[in-house]
Design a protein around this ligand. Sequence first.
Ligand SMILES: CC(C)(COP(=O)(O)OP(=O)(O)OC[C@H]1O[C@@H](n2cnc3c(N)ncnc32)[C@H](O)[C@@H]1OP(=O)(O)O)[C@@H](O)C(=O)NCCC(=O)NCCS
Length: 146
Amino acid sequence: MFITSNYKKEYLNQIMEIVADSLGEFYGPDLYENLSRNWRDGFIVSTYKNIVVGFILGVIPASTESRILMFAVKKEFRGNGIGTMLMNSFIERSANIGVKKISLEVRVSNKIAISLYIHFGFTFSPQIIPKYYSNGEDGYQMIKYL
Ligand SMILES: CC(C)(COP(=O)(O)OP(=O)(O)OC[C@H]1O[C@@H](n2cnc3c(N)ncnc32)[C@H](O)[C@@H]1OP(=O)(O)O)[C@@H](O)C(=O)NCCC(=O)NCCS
């Protein structure tokens, strides 16, 4: 059974591994610690038998817009509904404090994530963001209105 909870420091190394494997990016530990301190509700982790299998990390300010910064599920656990569960929690937490708009960025080549976002009601912003990613790939901004 997958358990959804808030970020804890003991998850840090596993999350950094998932970010490297699944998103091809590296950010230092401070980034995760600071974001979890400032945006506790936006950092949601899914575990299975105490192993981190996926997470969503975003900011949910007490204003009208929240933003998803990172979202990934460990390769061998994909296709089990974990991503859907995490996204549902993020949307619910945003809605609960009165957020009206959720935004995120996604690689233009990332068909699986884009199909998940469309399924959740996200739509594309008109402009592509040139060279948004560290390997030079362009990004789409996608937005969901609540
Ligand atoms: C995007 C991601 C987080 C989805 O996680 P997941 O746990 O596999 O998602 P779910 O099992 O809840 O699947 C949700 C939807 O994603 C899509 N999807 C998932 N796996 C898919 C696959 N292999 N092929 C096509 N679509 C797929 C489907 O639309 C699916 O909906 P369905 O089950 O109704 O068909 C995961 O694929 C991932 O970590 N990808 C690499 C990192 C990444 O791209 N993150 C997003 C960066 S913007």
